[in-house]
Design a protein around this ligand. Structure first.
Ligand code: 13P
Ligand code: SF4
Length: 301
């Protein structure tokens, strides 16, 4: 029996589901029940009636699943898979940021820890950030932790002032305007699609800005043949696999999230077998954090 068969067997025996983010190694899709972006996966975690959720993603994603499904066992297949961006802010820093900007509602990108979410008013993902901020209906909002997503949201909403914290994702923030210009020259007929965690000066040069799912849907619906993808390599791996008739290019070979690539099939197998590594969230923090996530799910429909 192959490792894929072993995982499927264990999944059935233990009534488990496997959720995988699109930045994961593509081999994980062979055993995953749901593959998608963070918004889609948090909705799956909210709805599943499995006893165990194995989250092939980074820590904050598994933590979000645990907050949404407190009675289920949520497992992260590797111990130390974090998110650089989520770690740019903590309880002390968010309190400081709020104190400097008092009485302004705080919108929290889902790429954050539970204790940070617990200090915020509402959550968002890259797929719904503009909609969430718009529907809040306030003149001013604080946005944590991603300054690039916050700046992008600000650019999309004329009458709302979005004040961003200084966090960022190095995988996306290191992409430069020079790389985009070079890609335009190299692939003159290509549509260039970028994730809003890139810098605004980069986003200003592309044809489409969207979350992981937004980018996947764009390619799916487009009659174009050539694309340059400005986000993590996992998205490109899946597009190349699924659209053999299209030319899909990654903006630069090194657009790779090292933490997202730490999980392999063997880790999924061991995780299911030994029920490791279980995610635990302090109950008081979870009770506050869930309100921000549920508010997002409600407001975003
Ligand atoms: P999505 O919200 O598009 O899933 O992105 C998550 C992420 O970590 C981006 O770097
Ligand atoms: Fe975090 Fe960036 Fe990796 Fe996404 S790509 S998980 S934001 S470090």
């Amino acid at each position: 029996m192959s490792i894929i068969d072993d995982i499927k067997k264990l999944k059935k025996e233990k009534n488990a589901v496997i959720l995988a983010h699109c930045y994961q190694n593509a081999e994980i899709d062979e055993v995953a029940d749901f593959v998608g972006d963070s918004l889609y996966l948090s909705r799956c975690a909210n709805k599943t009636d499995a006893d165990i959720i194995v989250f092939a993603g980074v820590y904050f994603m598994a933590e979000t699943a645990k907050i949404l499904s407190p009675n289920k066992k949520v497992l992260l297949p590797k111990k130390d898979v974090g998110c650089f961006m989520a770690n740019t802010i903590n309880l002390e820093k968010i309190k400081e940021f709020k104190a400097k900007n008092p009485n302004i509602p705080v919108v929290c990108y889902v790429n954050s820890t539970a204790e940070v979410k617990a200090e915020c008013d509402i959550c968002c993902t890259s797929a719904n950030a503009v909609n969430v901020v718009k529907k809040l209906g306030c003149e001013k909002v604080l946005f944590v932790p991603d300054m690039n997503l916050g700046t992008y949201v600000n650019s999309q909403l004329e009458n709302i002032d979005v004040i961003s914290y200084s966090g960022y994702c190095p995988v996306h923030a290191e992409i430069t305007t020079e790389q985009i210009k070079k890609a335009r020259e190299q692939y003159p007929n290509a549509k260039i699609l970028a994730h809003p965690e890139c810098k605004m000066e980069v986003l200003n040069l592309v044809d489409y800005i969207g979350s992981t799912t937004g980018i996947l849907n764009y390619v799916n619906k487009s009659t174009h043949k050539d694309f340059v993808i400005v986000t993590e390599k996992g998205v490109v791996d899946r597009l190349k696999r699924d659209y053999k008739d299209k030319n899909i290019n990654l903006i630069q070979d090194n657009v790779i999230c090292p933490d997202m690539k730490k999980i392999h099939l063997e880790d999924i197998y061991n995780s299911l077998k030994d029920e490791n590594y279980e995610i635990k969230v302090d109950e008081k923090i979870a009770q506050k954090a869930i309100k921000t996530i549920e508010k997002m799910i409600k407001i975003d429909g």
